[in-house]
Design a protein around this ligand. Structure first.
Ligand code: BDP
Length: 323
């Protein structure tokens, strides 16, 4: 190699970093779910569109599988701009922006379709705006679909009485502890990443979530009974740190909003396919799906809706009216 070539090789990384760093905004996106999960796939696609449409002014890198921390930690990171974007369950946002708890109430949506109609419409936008307009330095852009949550346990729950005294993991939101306790269980809050070993060691008797999470986070290895209570249908906001948002040009902000909204619509088809496939895989792995009368669960959680929902009476009425 000639001296000139050596010089060129040595200077190349520097030259490259100069050309990208000046105007480039690097987005780290944090996800608790593993690669291949519907939210991750839709968000990666969104990132590719962002990179392409911004002509390289924006770069996007997905950090899946919780490598950047729990959802609670990642939300804190996003608030200070150390993580630029993330998608979290609304359950986690409730303690930070209490106004969003209207969607976190048990049985507030009639069914999955109802939830989708609500998040696609003006109420969905209003709740995103509540997050954006709060003091928490986040911009909420779109909703991912996290399906319907039901109970999964190590011993079968065939009626609400069976749940009595069972230690059930919920997300860290007081509303969910109250909900689980109202249903007769013993609610225990912990991060997603702790559930697998807590189930194995018997620290908890069960948890509550959707089929893709039961499968992909391997909880089914210990919890073989899935009782279809459908008590929560939690949409999942995609948020950007306001610190990052403010570095974008108005055109880039519009672009981010557009591709996030496209991801919202795209993820839903992925979700439906993944849910069906997960259900089949879980059944093949010996998980029993138990149909249960939902009314006792609905009735038992009425005081929770009263306690947390009194302040949202009008909004709840509008949600119920969405057809
Ligand atoms: C899943 C959500 C994820 C939550 C998880 C949990 O997609 O965001 O972290 O539940 O309950 O359904 O921890």
């Amino acid at each position: 190699m000639t001296l000139k070539h050596k010089w060129l090789l040595a200077a190349l990384p520097f030259a490259l970093s100069m050309s990208v760093s000046a105007a480039t905004l690097n987005i780290k996106f944090a996800e608790i779910h593993p690669s291949g999960y519907p939210t991750v796939v839709a968000e990666e696609h969104m990132g590719k569109k962002l990179e392409a449409a911004s002509n390289g002014a924006i770069t996007f890198k997905m950090f899946a599988g919780g490598v950047l921390g729990s959802e609670k930690e990642v939300i804190e990171q996003a608030q200070i701009g150390a993580v630029q974007m993330t998608r979290v369950s609304l359950g986690i946002v409730g303690p930070v922006v209490p106004d969003v708890n209207v969607f976190n109430m048990p049985f507030v949506f009639r069914d999955h379709e109802h939830m989708r109609k609500v998040i696609d419409g003006e109420i969905g936008q209003e709740i995103l705006d509540k997050i954006t307009n709060s003091d928490f330095n986040l911009v909420a852009l779109a909703w991912m679909d996290g399906g319907t949550r039901s109970l999964y346990t190590k011993k079968p729950v065939r009626s609400i009485e069976d749940l009595k005294g069972m230690k059930i993991r919920v997300q860290g939101n007081p509303l969910f502890l109250d909900m689980m306790n109202a249903m007769g269980g013993n609610g225990i809050a912990m991060d997603t990443g702790e559930i697998f070993s807590a189930l194995q060691t018997g620290v908890i008797d069960g948890a509550e979530n959707n089929p893709p999470t039961l499968l992909e986070h391997n909880h089914y290895q210990s919890a073989k009974y899935f009782t279809l209570t459908g008590h929560l249908i939690l949409p999942e906001p995609v948020v950007m740190s306001k610190t990052t948002w403010e570095k974008l040009t108005p055109e880039q902000q519009t672009l981010v909003k557009t591709v996030a909204r496209e991801a919202q619509m795209e993820e839903r088809a992925l979700w439906d396919a993944k849910s069906a496939a997960s259900e089949a895989k879980l059944k093949a792995a010996g998980v029993e799906f138990i149909s249960v009368d939902k009314k006792p669960f609905f009735d038992a959680t009425a005081p929770v809706r009263e306690k947390y929902g009194a302040q949202y009476a009008d909004l709840m009425k509008r949600i119920a009216e969405v057809q």
